[in-house]
Design a binder for this molecule. Structure first.
Ligand SMILES: C[S@@+](CC[C@H](N)C(=O)[O-])C[C@H]1O[C@@H](n2cnc3c(N)ncnc32)[C@H](O)[C@@H]1O
Length: 407
């Protein structure tokens, strides 16, 4: 099915269920799936798309359908990802004309989702592409995620196969990985459906949900966009006609792409969860763990954002328990220790793939480049930060009349 046909089917389905898709936008095929384009210029604060609450895919929607197919009680202890991903998978396992498919209520949406060959998270990288990440945090995070998702898939497959062997055979790792990636790359928070968005404190355990149509737009950093809730009624159960809409606050020129704003996310998160990256992403971070500090972690960003926390810990670890305030020597030792660590991490980062490397697809090479450059820049900024701490140590010594000769 072409991108245009899939979007038209999605539009028709949304509208027939009380939703809305702006009549003057269309879809354009791009390597990663689709982009949404303005067919005419759109004024500021245009409502682009609305999804009725009853088309949202929550863990409860998934559980209700799976209970009919697999029997209630079969999914005890499944996570919301297992429930929602398995529900999406069943749209491919059970043909539309089968009696059991009645409970699979999201076919026009599922058909509009990008096929697995369009997905580019590191779980979809080839072995040689994954090698490009070796030495970075993202490499370990990829292996952890693959292990976790595979264990989930095996648990689900065991239950499904015990109910129907044919379904179990069709519930492949590739199908589950694709569905779980659709969830990681398109999820919104369940708080959007809760009346509690009007309250000061949202519920403590938000869950991922899918909002068909609202997830059609690509991301642009800092794009002024709102997700607007229209909750009908005052009770805990939303009334018929309740919707979530996406409104874009900037005017859009005819022919321009429409963007949503997924929030401030570092490239590590964009690559692992979504399969794309931003060049020189200002929200990039690196997670630091220092041996001997009880597994404590620090997230440091560009311009040494967040570095004070790791600095304080290193300073106190260097100063030990000498019972007095930290000395200039503590400052110099801590600055040197932190700079050594930052240099070591920088030097451990992977080398960038050659511009034309047969084993690495160009879009993957670009993501790896954006990510590694960001990690390197953060380490350079941290080294500069340790230089300023060293200068503070030197100034402390000078205040005490001590002249330092530094090598
Ligand atoms: C919520 S979906 C957006 C719609 C999607 N393009 C589609 O075809 O269905 C998120 C996915 O879109 C793609 N995407 C979103 N923003 C992007 C961007 N700025 N650059 C490249 N790809 C992007 C990524 O593949 C991501 O996983």
């Amino acid at each position: 099915m072409s991108a245009e046909t899939a979007l038209n089917e999605l539009k028709k389905w949304l509208e027939s269920s009380g939703g809305y898709f702006h009549p003057h936008v269309h879809s354009k095929k791009v390597p990663s799936g689709c982009s949404v384009i303005a067919s005419r210029s759109l004024p500021p604060d245009s409502k682009i798309v609305s999804c009725p609450f009853n088309l949202a895919i929550t863990k409860h929607v998934a559980l209700d359908a799976l209970s009919v197919l697999l029997g209630s009680g079969a999914m005890t202890a499944w996570t919301e990802r297992q429930l929602i991903a398995s529900y999406l998978c069943f749209h491919f396992i059970i043909a539309e004309d089968k009696r059991e498919s009645k409970v699979l209520a999201h076919r026009p949406y599922v058909k509009s989702l990008p096929a697995s060959d369009k997905l580019r998270t590191p779980l979809h990288f080839t072995a040689s592409e994954r090698e490009q990440l070796k030495g970075s945090n993202l490499y370990g995070a990829t292996l952890d995620r693959q292990r976790e998702w595979m264990a989930e898939w095996e648990q689900c497959r065991g239950v499904i196969a015990s109910v129907n062997g044919e379904w179990g055979a069709r519930f492949t790792w590739e199908l589950y990985l694709t569905a779980a990636t659709h969830l990681s790359s398109r999820a919104f928070s369940s708080t959007l459906l809760s009346q509690a968005v009007f309250l000061a404190s949202p519920p403590s355990d938000p869950e991922p949900i899918l909002l068909p149509g609202i997830d059609s737009l690509n991301h642009a950093r800092a794009e002024p966009a709102s997700w607007v809730q229209n909750y009908v009624g005052n009770g805990p159960v939303p009334g018929p006609g309740s919707t979530i809409s996406l409104t874009l606050h900037n005017p859009i020129a005819a022919g321009a792409e429409l963007f949503n704003n997924y929030g401030a996310k570092p490239n590590s998160e964009l690559i692992l969860g979504y399969g794309f990256s931003l060049p020189n992403n200002p929200d990039d971070t690196i997670v630091l763990r220092i041996g001997g500090m009880q597994g404590q972690k620090w997230e440091v960003g560009r311009n040494a954002r967040g570095a004070e926390g790791v600095w304080e810990s290193v300073l106190h670890s260097v100063a030990g328990d000498h019972g007095s305030a930290t000395t200039y020597e503590d400052y110099l030792d801590a600055a040197e220790a932190l700079a050594d660590m930052a240099r070591m991490l920088r030097d451990k980062l992977p080398q960038l793939p050659a511009a034309h490397c047969d084993d690495v697809r160009p879009d993957v090479a670009l993501m790896v480049k954006h990510y590694v450059e960001g990690q390197r820049d953060i380490m350079e900024d941290l080294i500069t930060f340790t230089g300023s701490k060293e200068n503070e140590g030197i100034a402390m010594a000078q205040e005490q009349g001590i002249e330092l000769v530094l090598e």
